[in-house]
Design a protein around this ligand. Sequence first.
Ligand SMILES: NC(=O)C1=CN([C@@H]2O[C@H](COP(=O)(O)OP(=O)(O)OC[C@H]3O[C@@H](n4cnc5c(N)ncnc54)[C@H](OP(=O)(O)O)[C@@H]3O)[C@@H](O)[C@H]2O)C=CC1
Ligand SMILES: O=C(O)C1=N[C@H](C(=O)O)C[C@H](O)C1
Length: 247
Amino acid sequence: MIRVSVVGAKGRMGATVVDAVKNAPDTELAKALDAGDDLTQITPENTDVVVEFTVPAASLDNVLALVNQGVNVVVGTTGWTDEKLARVKEALASHPDVSVFIAPNFAISTVLAENFAAQAAKYFESVEIVEMHHPNKVDAPSGTAIHTAHAIAAARKDAGMGPIPDNTQTDGGSRGQVVDGIHVHAVRLRGLNAHEEVLFGNPGEQLVLRADSFDRSSFMPGVLLAVRHAGENPGTVTVGLDNYLDL
Ligand SMILES: NC(=O)C1=CN([C@@H]2O[C@H](COP(=O)(O)OP(=O)(O)OC[C@H]3O[C@@H](n4cnc5c(N)ncnc54)[C@H](OP(=O)(O)O)[C@@H]3O)[C@@H](O)[C@H]2O)C=CC1
Ligand SMILES: O=C(O)C1=N[C@H](C(=O)O)C[C@H](O)C1
């Protein structure tokens, strides 16, 4: 059995992970901790891998503490930047037996949509991203939308494409946040869970890629997949569930 501890265990995602870990045939719950709890309770003696779903403001410190405790970490919390990733790599240099895995999104529909978007990117002049979430979400745009924008921008750059056509002369904020040259729009609406559309345009045609997570159960197969792969690449940070899919 894989011994899994959960940090952020009382949150919407953490509580769902606790149930998933209890119900999977090959995992068992070790520690379930939340805000205010002492992370030093989690050690290699009681835990094979920690799943961390907290808040962007806390996640880096949690991951650094867990790496220093010598346990593998699977992270779903958003807010990761190159600077934060560099801090984790630095910590792993002193703990070469520990691995960290971070996924902006664990839902297969969204991971596939992002992969398809990166493939489509070089064929379309225009592209914009619309992400739509429940109104309890604290960050905007979503971590997934930022990750998708970076993937599309990288594909456009590789293909030698220029800037996206846009003749906007005045903008009171309606054009969204520009991430790596891509406009990203965030909707917060009661009734929604997690949804993303990537809109591609060419003269006379449009492609829309849309992924819908209607329920947090959609993230659990991906979380368990990452848990089962934890520790495979010691001393490294791996980003993206696509690393564990046959794409
Ligand atoms: N990668 C993916 O597939 C997905 C990622 N997410 C991301 O996961 C994160 C969590 O989302 P969600 O579960 O909805 O958020 P919630 O606010 O429901 O849960 C966060 C939990 O973390 C707790 N917490 C806050 N600070 C700490 C800390 N320092 N140490 C331990 N626990 C802490 C909170 O406690 P308290 O409320 O008392 O502060 C709360 O119980 C977000 O960043 C979200 O974007 C969400 C869905 C899927
Ligand atoms: O807060 C959420 O709910 C979600 N957060 C992640 C993100 O910001 O991309 C993943 C998913 O969209 C749900």
